[in-house]
Design a protein around this ligand. Structure first.
Ligand code: GRF
Length: 205
C-alpha cells in the first residue's frame, strides 16, 4: 500500500509540524507530508515546510473573510492534494462541520491539556495553572464537531511545579506533544486505531 498522504493545518510557530517532518525524515513515520495549510500568512511554521519543498497554501481571512468560505477552500485544497489524514498541529480555528464530516476518523488534533479538562480554549496551560492542577499534559484526539471532545488516541502527562508560569508549563507540555503527535499518526498509518464507542482501542503491532 502506498504511504498515506498527510495534510497539516497550522496557525503559527509550527513546532509540532517540525516534529512530524523530522520523524518522517528519520524514517520513523511512514507517511508523506503532502500539504501544509496555514490560516495566517505570517505563520513561522510555513518555513519548515517551504525549506523542505513541502507544498504550502495560505488560506486566510484576507482572502476568505467568511469562515464557511475559508473552510470550503481548505477542504478543496485538501481534496486536490489527495490527503488521507488531516492533522491539526497548532491550529486555532473551530472547523466547519462540512470539513469535519469529510475527514471523520481521518483527522487528528493535539491539545495542550489532559482532556476533557481545559477543552475549548487556546489558553489551556494558563487555565490549568490557575485552576491549581498538579498534573497536566497533552492529548491527541480525533476531531469531531464536539470541540476538543473527540475520541482520545494518546495522552502524555507532565507534572506542574510550584514555580511554573504559563510559559514554563507550556514548554514542558510541548515536549510531550512532539512525541505524542507523531506517535498517534504512526498508529493511524499502521491501521492500529479502532473505535469502540467513543473509546479508541490500540491494536498490538
Ligand atoms: C501547541 O501547544 C498546541 O497544542 C496548541 O498550540 C501550540 C502550537 O504549537 N494548540 P506549534 O505551533 O506546534 O509550535
Amino acid at each position: 500500500m502506498s504511504r498515506p498522504r498527510l495534510g497539516v493545518l497550522i496557525s503559527g510557530r509550527g513546532s509540532n509540524l517540525l516534529a512530524i517532518l523530522e520523524a518522517v525524515e528519520h524514517g520513523e513515520l511512514p507517511v508523506d507530508v503532502a500539504l501544509v495549510v496555514s490560516n495566517r500568512a505570517e505563520a513561522a511554521g510555513l518555513a519548515h515546510a517551504r525549506g523542505r519543498g513541502v507544498p504550502t497554501r495560505v488560506i486566510d481571512r484576507a482572502a476568505y473573510p467568511r469562515r464557511a468560505a475559508r473552510h470550503a477552500a481548505i477542504l478543496d485544497a485538501l481534496g486536490e492534494a489527495g490527503i488521507d489524514l488531516v492533522v491539526c498541529a497548532g491550529w486555532d480555528e473551530i472547523l466547519e462541520p462540512a470539513l469535519v464530516q469529510v475527514y471523520a476518523g481521518r483527522m487528528l488534533n493535539v491539545h495542550p491539556s489532559l482532556l476533557p479538562a481545559f477543552a475549548g480554549t487556546i489558553h489551556a496551560q494558563r487555565d490549568a495553572l490557575n485552576h491549581g492542577v498538579k498534573i497536566s499534559g497533552c492529548t491527541v484526539h480525533f476531531v469531531t464537531d464536539d470541540v476538543d471532545g473527540g475520541p482520545i488516541v494518546l495522552q502524555r502527562p507532565v507534572p506542574v511545579f510550584e514555580s511554573d508560569t504559563p510559559v514554563s508549563l507550556a514548554t514542558r507540555i510541548l515536549v510531550e506533544e512532539h512525541i505524542a503527535l507523531p506517535e498517534a499518526i504512526r498508529l493511524w498509518a499502521d491501521g492500529r486505531l479502532h473505535f469502540d464507542g467513543r473509546r479508541v482501542r490500540i491494536a498490538p503491532p
